[in-house]
Structure formats: structure tokens, C-alpha cells
Design a protein around this ligand. Sequence first.
Ligand SMILES: [Mg+2]
Length: 258
Amino acid sequence: MRSPAERLRTEVAEVTPEGDEQACTDGVRRAILLDFDHTLFDTDRFFWVDLKSAFARFGVPDDAWEKSYEATWPSGYSLAKHLAELNRLGAMSEPATTRTMLAALDTAFSDLRPYLFPDVLEFLNTARRQGFDLILLSFGDPAWQSYKVRASGLAPYFQKIVYTAKQEGKAEVLDDLGQRYRELHAIDNNPADLDAMKARCPRLRTHLICRVEPSTTLEANGGSRDRFREAARYLSVPSRLPHHRCTSLAEVPLSCPE
Ligand SMILES: [Mg+2]
């Protein structure tokens, strides 16, 4: 029986290259715009559970971790910046410790494939077989987002990857894509982003995905609060426009038009 890592490696290798077999032959160009954090990638488990625990193993207290994270985030997150901020706060001892920590964290988190939600690779492969172009729209610091996308093995699946640090960046992409594709879908966990995209391109088929397990939000304390810490915040963001709601990619209908 193959290990999860071996299975992931095989599935990545099975990506259909662009231009290969297309199930839809009616000439209609179609594409799916996919968000990364909390949609394809379990960002909370990576960041707020495992990365935070790794810092704790080096003696960094939780409150210092959170304070330094809040200070680091606005200028674009990176592990090196986070460690520098911990140093500035006096939460780290020697420069040698910083170097040791950075090297250990780089090694421990060089492969992020285990943080993909379990339905992701099957969905991307199916969409490609059905003739969809796949476009990743990722909000956040481009260098940090690029690291996560590369380390999770997703880059080869996409015909286009857009990293944007601008709040309205995702909607702006629609100006160009709306001209190029007759059928367009967008899948995102943030209702505000879907609203902005749909306002820009009203025929966009929007799918609002929620990966938060309901049982976890009921016990909002301690470790379980961190398990869906950032994803749960989107539950209180109102939608101005209607979107198809789902909890997994399997619920997103992909079919060729008649
Ligand atoms: Mg997201």
C-alpha cells in the first residue's frame, strides 16, 4: 500500500499537460479560478497548529508568537522576518538560535503537500480532463504565497498563477479573463472576494466553499480555536450577491454544456 506522500507524488505526476486530451470539443473556452488559502490549502493547520508548535518546541511562548506574527504580517510574512521580530521582542536568545531555527523550520516545512485538502488533486485532474483551464488567484505576500504553492506541489496543475497583495487584485484579473473565456467559475472561501469578482463579471459562476468543520467552531477555545482560526472568520463575512455554497470541491458541478 502506498504512503500518502507516495500517492501524492504519483498524482502530481499524472497531471495532464496543457493542450492534451480535452473532453469538451465544442470550442468553448472555459476556466476555473481557484483561491489558495482555506480553499485548496489547509492554512490554519499548517500555520496556527504545526508551525506554531514548531516555534514552541524552540521555547517561543504562544503570546510572543502571536505578537510577533501580528507585527510581521503587514509588511509581508516570511519565516525570517518572523524570527527577526521575535529577536527584537527579546523572545529569542542568541543569533545562533535564530539560524538553527530557520534551518530547522525550512527543512521541516519544505514539503507542504500534506496540507492540501484531500479532494484537491482529484478535482484538479478531473477539471483538466474536462477541458478547463485552471487559474490560481492567490492573495497575500507574493514570496510567501509562492513558497506555499511550490512546496504543496500545485504549480504544475495551473495554466496561470496570479499572486496579488492588493485587496481588489482578484477582481481586476476578471477584466482580462472575462474576455478570454466564455465559461468561468470561481471557487473561494471569502464571500467578499466572490462579490467583487461577480460584480466585475456578472456571468461568473461563483462557489463559496467552507472547509470549517462545524463541530470545531462550537468549541472555540485553546487548540481547537487555532484549528480553523482564520477560516472561521469568513463565516461572519456577509455576501452581497448569491453564490453556490459548498463544503467540498466534489460539490462543484463540472460538466460540458449540451
Ligand atoms: Mg482563501
